[in-house]
Design a protein around this ligand. Sequence first.
Ligand code: BDP
Length: 602
Amino acid sequence: MARRSAVAWAAFGPLLWGCALGLQGGMLYPQESRSRERKELDGLWSFRADFSDNRRRGFEEQWYRRPLRESGPTLDMPVPSSFNDISQDWRLRHFVGWVWYEREVILPERWTQDLHTRVVLRIGSAHSYAIVWVNGVDTLEHEGGYLPFEADISNLVQVGPLPSRLRITIAINNTLTPTTLPPGTIQYMNDTSKYPKGYFVQNTYFDFFNYAGLQRSVLLYTTPTTYIDDITVTTGVEQDSGLVNYQISVKGSNLFELEARLLDAENKVVANGTGTQGQLKVPGASLWWPYLMHERPAYLYSLEVRLTAQTSLGPVSDFYSLPVGIRTVAVTESQFLINGKPFYFHGVNKHEDADIRGKGFDWPLLVKDFNLLRWLGANAFRTSHYPYAEEVLQMCDRHGIVVIDECPGVGLALPMVIAHTKALDPSRPVTFVSNSNYAADKGAPYVDVICLNSYYSWYHDYGHLELIQLQLATQFENWYKKYQKPIIQSEYGAETIAGFHQDPPLMFTEEYQKSLLEQYHLGLDQKRRKYVVGELIWNFADFMTEQSLTRVLGNKKGIFTRQRQPKSAAFLLRERYWKIANETRYPHSVAKSQCLENSPFT
Ligand code: BDP
């Protein structure tokens, strides 16, 4: 919520795969290749919420030991999806505690017989604490709801006679406590004149609904037993040559050879190398540019890695292909530079939320959102307030969208998190989204770019649109004077109920949202060519929150509804973003590009 000094930190820049510098080992996105297979486990799973008083009946009765249907009734639960809005049972919508998912799988015979094959179970995300059993065997535990995790289950499936079925059971707990991300508290209501014995509520300190469950894909994949474990890539530019630095880690054997070939978009080999690390030089390289900034945006090479190894079982090969965009990102006192050219963020804040699927990953929704981003002329977005599915980042790489990738620490204000982020990946600028006072802010001294949220004429001086320009100018001047760092207006907006109209504008109407945006834009234009390097509207679309007196069926600051239909402000923003895009394109003489089709300016 705006009035809290809510902060979040984020790393940003074009997000290209394989970025976990400094980490030991990795978790490559599961990919099919000549040596790797995938088996998706999306679809219907069996499901049960543990409504027992202590929520521990599932553990006491060991529900994981037998098929779930044998320990009681189950529901059909689609994966991926949040479990909250699927059933008609209101208790499930507000459920706090352990829920149980189960799925039976038949494996291809080769996976269970071929001892050269490594079988991995990968869970895209489970919000927020998960325990996984395979055929009743405790296999994996994971904390944190927004990142993938996986386990090598070869020794569970390659045991003697063919196991006819593999039973995967996942217990998930969505309780938020002061030590979870995001944090929350459980409050027991002890007044027995008002509440039944043991009654508790989950308090949260953020403004989105705590959707939970298996919200991203679950899958099995294979690699050879000696395999490419991780690939780290950083890129640079030297005169007109692109540089691709790679580092590859291998697991399973020390006796191996590695070849790395860089292919251009036409599949022509442009550079190659051998060994676990090296630098590939590409004379006259095509750079990765954000779309709208350049006539040839989002150019991706492929780094094809081939491993050959001698193992006790004989020779083994593994293949992995990683998309690579060659680009540089740098920050000066007043500019954000991509490939040495000033970049202005004109974009949105998002949530993964929509309709009955909650935060469940959904291709139609993702493609629709990307189409809307292009319709709008948005060149960037922030993954508020948690990391999104890897498929989203891959789309950004392919479509030339710049991402501010946020960690799930919404509400935390710990500058040392910035040091940790930088240690993991020194190649990207880091920011910390703040709405606190410029003089007291704890994050600003450590960030590369300052991100400011302000809700003038909404949470402050509401109704007084005439004050926005003055207050915005004061905000920018104070922060810039103190820190001399480029600034992004990372949030601004107004609650707007689609279809509410009033002129002259009143709060909650489409006219008020439009007028508020217009006033902000006048203020932004005063500083845009100086040190303000971006603006992100709050929010791309309406989204669900906890119930409260200030939320009418969720947060309604979207410029699109939750069903992705435009409010009037979407058209205003579209005009503005395309205008800025046409002013800031490089080189200025660009031919009409595919991205500019259907824009109001072509
Ligand atoms: C911001 C928060 C965001 C809220 C927004 C609001 O970052 O999560 O939804 O306020 O109040 O400060 O609409």
